[in-house]
Design a protein around this ligand. Structure first.
Ligand SMILES: [Zn+2]
Length: 83
């Protein structure tokens, strides 16, 4: 019996940060956060999340931000749940 297991990426989640100003071009509401999650799977059934990484990109100046560059404002917006 062959056991298929490993990791696979989940669907990236995007989130628009409407109340956040881009630290680079100072435009309001242009930042979009993309979170990619990796899951451990057996037979392609997702078992648990092993990692997630969020990057933020500005749709105006195209500058990207990594987690260690996030401002307090960005983190605050990210922690909010919107629906
Ligand atoms: Zn910008």
């Amino acid at each position: 019996m062959i056991l298929f297991f490993g990791t696979r990426p989940g669907k990236p989640e995007t989130k628009h940060l409407f109340n956040c100003e881009c630290p680079y071009c100072k435009q309001l509401g242009t930042l979009i956060a993309v979170t990619e999650k990796n899951y451990f799977h057996i037979f392609w059934i997702k078992l648990f999340k092993i990692s997630s990484a969020t990057t933020i990109e500005c749709s105006h100046c195209k500058r990207g931000y990594y987690e260690n560059e996030f401002t307090e404002e960005m983190n605050l917006e990210l922690s909010k749940t919107t629906d």
